[in-house]
Design a binder for this molecule. Structure first.
Ligand code: F6P
Length: 539
C-alpha cells in the first residue's frame, strides 16, 4: 500500500468501530455539516463512517496524489491518457460556444461547435418532418446501432429524457450481436419511415458492423441503394471506414480520438438524444455538465461534490473491504443509469496496473450494480440489510416528478429515505423485543425470533437529490460521476482512459469464429474445445 495511505489506514481502524447512529446522536447538525450543493444537485453524505478528521485525511491524500494538478492537466488538454498518448477532453464538448481550447495549436471548440450546429440542423429537419424517407414518409422510428459507449449513453439519456421526447418519435437501440436483438428491434418497423444511426467511434467493432450490414439488407428489401443516404447516417471518428460501409461522409457526424467511448455522450454520439429532445434541450444537457465541470475545477476539495463522492467510495473500497457499490435511482426514467455507470466506472478503473506500469498493491474499482427503487427493495435489499457484506449505496431521486401521480411520488420518496435510514440505524435487540411485545408475542417466541429480527444497521449511503430530472440536471449528474471516476483513478494511480482488458476476448472470438467452421480446436483447453464441438454438432 502506498505510504500516503498510512495515516488513513490507522484512522480507518477506529472508524470501523463507529456506529452511524451514534454519530448522528453526537452531532445534531450532521446533515448540514456533511452535505453539499452544486449544479442543481444536492448530495447528502452524512450517512457515512466519516468525521471531520476523516475528511481532512482523505483530502490530504488527494492533494498528496496531486489531484488538483492532474485535474487541471485533463481540462487543459495534456496527454493524460498515457498508454494511448492522447488528451482526454470530453469536458471540451460542453464548453460554452465562445470558449477557446487549443490542442496541437488548433482551437477545438470551433470544430465542436460546427458539428453541434450540423447536429442541430439535421435533428430539426427530422423532428419537423422535412427530412423524408425514400417514399416521402416522415421519419417516425430512429434506430441507433452501436455498443458500449456508442449505445449506453444514448440509450440511458433517451430513456431519462422520455418526458421531453417529441411525440410521435420512437427511439430504438440495437447493440447486441445476438440476432434476437435485431429481430426484436426491426419487427414492426417500416423501412420507409425508419432512420438508422450507425454509431461507432472506431467503425470497426464487429457487433456494430454486423448489425449495421443486417439493417442495410433489411432496408434494401424495400428501398434501393440510391435511397440509403435518406435512411443511414453515421457517427464516428473514422471517415474512411464510414465511406467504405457506403455512408456518404455528408451524412457522417464526426468526433475525435480525444473523446473516450464511455465519455462520448456529449459528442455526436448524443445524436439520438438531440433528435429526441431537440438541439436547444441538448445544449441544456451540455450546459448542466459544464456547470458541474466548473464546480469540479473551482470548489475546494472539502466542498467539491465529485471529489467527495469519490473519496467516500474510495474509503470503503480501500479500508472497509467493500467490493461492490450499489446505484439505486428512485426515478424510473433513470433505469439504465446503473448500466451506464457500470461501463463508466468498471471500464475506466477496473485495472491492476498503475499509470507507470507497476502492479497495483491496492484494490481498484468495485463492482457497480443496481436498479430502480422501489423495485430493488422487493428483490435484493434483504442482503443489504442483513447480509454479510458492506455495500455502500448511492440513492438518487428527484423531488418533483414529471407525472401527475403525486401520491405515488410521495410513497417513492418515503421509501427512498426510509431505506437509507433503516440501513444506517438498523434495529437493536431492545427495539426488536419491544416491537414483538407490542404484537403480543410470547416470551418464548420472541426469544426464538430475536436473532432474525435484529438489523445490524451501520450501512453507509449517499443521497443525491435534484429538483426535477431535466436535461440540465441529467447533464450535471453524468458529469458528476465522470469526475468521480477521474478522482478515484488519481487516488489509485490508474490511467482511467484506456481499456486494454477488453482486447484479448475480441481476438479469441475471431479465432473461435473460424474454428466453428473448421473444427480445428487443438490450440484450446478441453473446455473451450468441447464447447466448440458441441456447437458444431448442433449447427
Ligand atoms: O470494447 C470496448 C469498447 O472499445 C468500448 O470502450 C467502446 O465504448 C465500445 O467498445 C464501442 O466501441 P466503438 O464505438 O468503437 O464501436
Amino acid at each position: 500500500m502506498p505510504t500516503e495511505f498510512t495515516p488513513l489506514l490507522q484512522h480507518a481502524g477506529e472508524a470501523r468501530q463507529w456506529k452511524l447512529r451514534q454519530l448522528f446522536d453526537d452531532d445534531h447538525q450532521r446533515f448540514d455539516h456533511y452535505s453539499v450543493e452544486a449544479a442543481g444537485l444536492f448530495l447528502d453524505f452524512s450517512k457515512n463512517h466519516i468525521s471531520g478528521h476523516t475528511l481532512q485525511l482523505l483530502t490530504d491524500l488527494a492533494r498528496a496524489c496531486h489531484l488538483e494538478q492532474q485535474r487541471d492537466a485533463m481540462f487543459s488538454g495534456e496527454r493524460i491518457n498515457v498508454t494511448e498518448d492522447r488528451p482526454v477532453l470530453h469536458t471540451a464538448l460542453r464548453l460554452p460556444a465562445q470558449a477557446k481550447l487549443y490542442v496541437d495549436e488548433k482551437d477545438i471548440v470551433s470544430d465542436i461547435q460546427a458539428v453541434l450546429s450540423r447536429i442541430g440542423t439535421f435533428s430539426e429537419r427530422v423532428r419537423k418532418g422535412s427530412w423524408r424517407g425514400f417514399a416521402n414518409d416522415v421519419i417516425t422510428d430512429i434506430v441507433n446501432i452501436g455498443i458500449g459507449g456508442s449505445d449506453l449513453g444514448p440509450a440511458m439519456t433517451c430513456a431519462a429524457m422520455r418526458t421531453f421526447t417529441q411525440d410521435g418519435l420512437r427511439l430504438h437501440f440495437l447493440s447486441n450481436v445476438d440476432g434476437h436483438d435485431i429481430d426484436a428491434t426491426l419487427s414492426g418497423l417500416n423501412p420507409r419511415s425508419t432512420l438508422f444511426i450507425v454509431a461507432s467511434k472506431s467503425f470497426t467493432t464487429p457487433e456494430t458492423m454486423l448489425n449495421a450490414h443486417a439493417a442495410r439488407r433489411w432496408f434494401l428489401q424495400q428501398g434501393q441503394e440510391k435511397d440509403l443516404p435518406k435512411h443511414f447516417v453515421a457517427v464516428s471518428t473514422n471517415a474512411a471506414a464510414v465511406q467504405q460501409f457506403g455512408i456518404d461522409t455528408d451524412n457522417m457526424f464526426p468526433f475525435w480520438d480525444w473523446v473516450g467511448g464511455r465519455f462520448s455522450i456529449w459528442s455526436a454520439i448524443g445524436l439520438p438524444l438531440a433528435l429526441a429532445i431537440g438541439i436547444e434541450r441538448f445544449r441544456e444537457f451540455l450546459d448542466g455538465a459544464h456547470a458541474m465541470d466548473t464546480h469540479f475545477q473551482s470548489a475546494p476539495l472539502e466542498r467539491n461534490m465529485p471529489v467527495l463522492l469519490a473519496l467516500m467510495g474510495f474509503w470503503y473500497r480501500q479500508f472497509f473491504g467493500s467490493s461492490s457499490h450499489l446505484i439505486a435511482p428512485y426515478h424510473h426514467d433513470l433505469a439504465l443509469f446503473p448500466s451506464y455507470l457500470q461501463q463508466l466506472e468498471m471500464e475506466s478503473n477496473g485495472k491492476g496496473t498503475s499509470r507507470d506500469g507497476q502492479a497495483l498493491t491496492t484494490p481498484s474499482a468495485p463492482v457497480i450494480w443496481g436498479s430502480v427503487g422501489s423495485n430493488g427493495q422487493h428483490a435484493y435489499f434483504q442482503l443489504l440489510h442483513q447480509g454479510s457484506d458492506l455495500i455502500p449505496i448511492d440513492f438518487i431521486a428527484a423531488l418533483k416528478p414529471a407525472h401527475p401521480h403525486l401520491e405515488q411520488h410521495k410513497v417513492l420518496l418515503a421509501n427512498c429515505f426510509a431505506q437509507s435510514e433503516a440501513l444506517m440505524r438498523g434495529k437493536s435487540q431492545a427495539e426488536a423485543t419491544t416491537d414483538m411485545q407490542a404484537q403480543g408475542m410470547s416470551a418464548e417466541k420472541i426469544q426464538a425470533l430475536l436473532p432474525h429480527r435484529i438489523f445490524p444497521g451501520n450501512r453507509p449511503s449517499n443521497t443525491l437529490l435534484m429538483e426535477s430530472l431535466t436535461p440540465a440536471t441529467l447533464g450535471a449528474l453524468v458529469a458528476l460521476y465522470e469526475h468521480k471516476v477521474f478522482v478515484q483513478g488519481v487516488l489509485w494511480n490508474i490511467n482511467s482512459f484506456d481499456q486494454w482488458g477488453v482486447e484479448l476476448g475480441k481476438v479469441l472470438a475471431g479465432r473461435i469464429l473460424t474454428e466453428l467452421d473448421t473444427g480445428k480446436t487443438e490450440l484450446h483447453d478441453s473446455s473451450t474445445a468441447g464447447l466448440i464441438a458441441r456447437t458444431r454438432n448442433a449447427m
